[in-house]
Structure formats: structure tokens, C-alpha cells
Design a protein. Structure first.
Length: 212
């Protein structure tokens, strides 16, 4: 700007911090129009055995291996650990990420956990009441036992805070080990028929439902 290379509506501007109105004001640099980067919103069914970072120091596969190379600049909205699977969003919209990950917005995430041993309704009630474990408080918003036998149980839990390994630590606090953990819903968006390792773009209606 100080070099006089930036113009707004055909008028050269050199004052740092000059404000423009997107979609109304025409901004050019060296005579070439400047356009806002298109915002992208993807839903991905993360497979087990992948990390959510772009690079891994242990050279494990990452979710970015599943995307076109030109979308490597996208960031994941929250994380799923290496052994977890299911729905995760990727975007280049920081406000969208904040809206879905900050606890003050309370966007629920639904998980399906396959757990060793029998889990009863009483354990689920402890989760929804809130428990202390390893110096932290963990709480499920809702929960239900989908199926239970002496060897294993399937439990559905809704969480709002998104603490590190929260579902696994809830069960660990009760002496249970999670054999499989799948995130099946974020807000109103369900995993549905999206196959493992595949992605799709979110619709305008879906994006609005997550932001309202």
C-alpha cells in the first residue's frame, strides 16, 4: 500500500488499515482485482488408523492423504484420535471452526462406542450427571445403551465440550475399555451413508444449521 500499488474503486490508497466492504468495493493490486478466497466446508468419514494433522512425526497416514492436493490448506474442525473414526469437518473458515469447537457454543457431537463388558443404564446416568477423573470433570449431555451383553456393549453418547479423549476417559473411569469409537453426528449433520475414507462438501443449508 505504501508503494501506491493498491486501489479501492479506482482510487489509490496508501493508508494502512483502510477498510473496504466485501462484495461492494473493488480492490486491485497493480491493476489486478483481488478476490476473497472461496470458503470450503467438507465432511469426511475418517477411518481408524489415521491422524488429523497435516504431517505426523511418526509418518503415520493422515486424513490429508484422502483429499485432493489443492485442498491441503484446509484445517480440521477439532480432532479425532488415531484409533477413532467417523465424522469430521475440514474448512478454511476460522469463524466456522470456532463456532463448532468452543465450549460456550455447546454444539453437540454424538458418538457410538463399542465397549468391553456389560454397560448398564446406571453407568450412563453417572456420565450424564458428570464425573471427576484424573483431575478433570467429564459430562455427557445424553446417553443410552444400544445393546449390552456380558462380553461387550454398544453405547451412544452426546458430548458438548470436546475434551481430549473424553469418551474413552469416561469409560476408563468405570474400568471399561473402548474397543471401537465412531463419531456419527455433529450438530444436526449425521454421518449417514458416507463411506469410510470418503468426503463430501456441506450444503448451504447444512452450514447454516451449524451456525444458527
Amino acid at each position: 500500500m505504501r508503494e501506491g500499488r493498491v486501489a479501492v474503486n479506482g482510487v489509490t490508497v496508501q493508508e494502512l488499515g483502510t477498510k473496504v466492504e466485501p462484495g461492494r468495493d473493488k480492490v486491485t493490486v497493480d491493476g489486478q482485482p483481488v478476490r476473497a478466497k472461496r470458503k470450503l466446508y467438507l465432511a469426511l468419514n475418517k477411518p481408524r488408523g489415521m491422524v488429523c494433522s497435516r504431517k505426523d512425526e511418526r509418518e503415520r497416514p493422515t486424513i490429508y492423504d484422502l483429499l485432493p492436493s489443492e485442498w491441503g490448506h484446509l484445517h480440521s474442525v477439532g480432532r479425532l484420535d488415531y484409533n477413532s473414526e467417523g465424522l469430521i469437518f475440514l474448512t478454511n473458515d476460522g469463524d466456522f471452526s470456532l463456532r463448532l469447537t468452543h465450549p460456550r457454543f455447546g454444539v453437540n457431537k454424538k458418538y457410538l462406542a463399542t465397549v468391553e463388558g456389560k454397560v448398564g443404564e446406571e453407568m450412563v446416568r453417572r456420565f450424564t450427571a458428570g464425573i471427576w477423573y484424573e483431575g478433570e470433570r467429564f459430562k455427557a449431555e445424553r446417553g443410552r445403551v444400544v445393546s449390552a451383553s456380558l462380553s461387550q456393549s454398544v453405547v451412544e453418547l452426546d458430548l458438548a465440550e470436546g475434551k481430549y479423549r473424553e469418551v474413552r476417559r469416561l469409560f476408563e473411569s468405570q474400568g471399561r475399555s473402548v474397543k471401537r469409537l465412531q463419531r456419527i453426528q455433529i450438530g444436526k449433520i449425521k454421518l449417514g451413508e458416507l463411506r469410510s475414507g470418503k468426503w463430501r462438501t456441506l450444503t448451504e443449508a447444512e452450514i447454516k444449521s451449524l451456525l444458527c
